[in-house]
Design a protein around this ligand. Structure first.
Ligand SMILES: Nc1ncnc2c1ncn2[C@@H]1O[C@H](COP(=O)(O)OP(=O)(O)OP(=O)(O)O)[C@@H](O)[C@H]1O
Ligand SMILES: [Mg+2]
Length: 255
């Protein structure tokens, strides 16, 4: 199993949209995918209609109250399962900090090891912060991808995210690989053109694919469908397909 973090400290940059569409596209290609909702906002869980307080989720897994196998649920899509989240993740984060029996950063890595053979990919949809659960996700990861939406504050977010990931790589997880930033909600205007050119010339690796802005993304989230089903001919559906292919080529070349 290869574990991919979708992360950015900045909110609203399409981490969840990217996690969902990458997960659905890889599953559609026949890969066995586990989507890990690592955000107390639980947007990925809500998207797949798997948000609840009745069943165990990532909070209970991180704190050892449930086994990951009990908490994972199937989605309506073939080959795609989800480890759901809810607000309990807030308390779980604090509990991890106090528990001295397991290294604080290793809870998720240890849990994912139990389902290693069952999936080709785990995709972690992270919260927009550097909580202990995000550090856990980076420690468990093979790869990380940083979605960016271009505005005045884009660049600070990327700097802090990459610094944080570098610290995790240096201290806990030497195999953590930066796949690059991917521009989301791209529009044909001066701000986006200038921002994209700036990023292309920056020190940061970029995906060639850009995800274009389309009202279909909001619409698709209301009906809980990935873009390839809701609006297969939209730019963003095409872009997310290209992104999945670009990612697969990238990891193939690295082998
Ligand atoms: N390509 C796109 N075109 C149009 N709207 C988009 C696109 N991508 C994302 N959005 C919209 O932008 C908003 C934020 O997206 P999303 O929830 O995926 O971001 P996020 O980074 O996960 O946010 P958070 O930090 O709160 O977890 C949503 O309303 C989503 O529908
Ligand atoms: Mg999100």
């Amino acid at each position: 199993m290869r574990t991919i973090n979708i992360c950015n400290l900045k909110g609203g940059v399409a981490k969840t949209t990217t996690s969902i569409n990458l997960a659905c596209n890889l599953a559609e290609m026949g890969k066995r995918v586990l989507l890990v909702d690592n955000d107390k906002q639980a947007n990925s869980s809500q998207f797949f209609d798997r948000h609840s307080y009745e069943a165990p989720g990532i909070a209970e897994v991180l704190t050892g109250k449930a086994a990951i196998q009990e908490a994972v649920q199937q989605t309506e899509f073939p080959h795609l399962d989800i480890l759901p989240a809810n607000m309990n993740l807030l308390a779980a984060d604090k509990e991890i900090l106090m528990d001295e029996t397991v290294p604080q950063h290793e809870h998720l890595k240890r849990a994912l090891a139990f389902v290693d053979g069952q999936y080709d990919f785990a995709i972690i949809d992270n919260a927009p912060d550097v909580s202990m659960s995000v550090i856990n996700a980076l420690t468990a990861g093979d790869d990380y991808i940083v979605p960016v939406k271009i505005d005045r504050f884009t660049f600070d977010g990327v700097d802090i995210m990459v610094d944080t990931a570098n610290q995790v790589r240096d201290n806990y997880n030497p195999r953590l690989n930066f796949c690059g930033c991917i521009i989301t909600s791209y529009r044909f205007n001066d701000v986006n053109r200038t921002g994209a050119a700036y990023l292309a010339n920056s020190q940061y690796k970029m995906f060639q694919t850009k995800i274009h802005w389309t009202p279909k993304v909001d619409e698709a989230s209301f009906v809980g469908k990935p873009l390839r089903e809701y609006s297969p001919r939209s730019w963003a559906a095409k872009n997310y397909r290209e992104m999945a292919e670009e990612y697969l080529e990238m990891i193939q070349e690295a082998k």
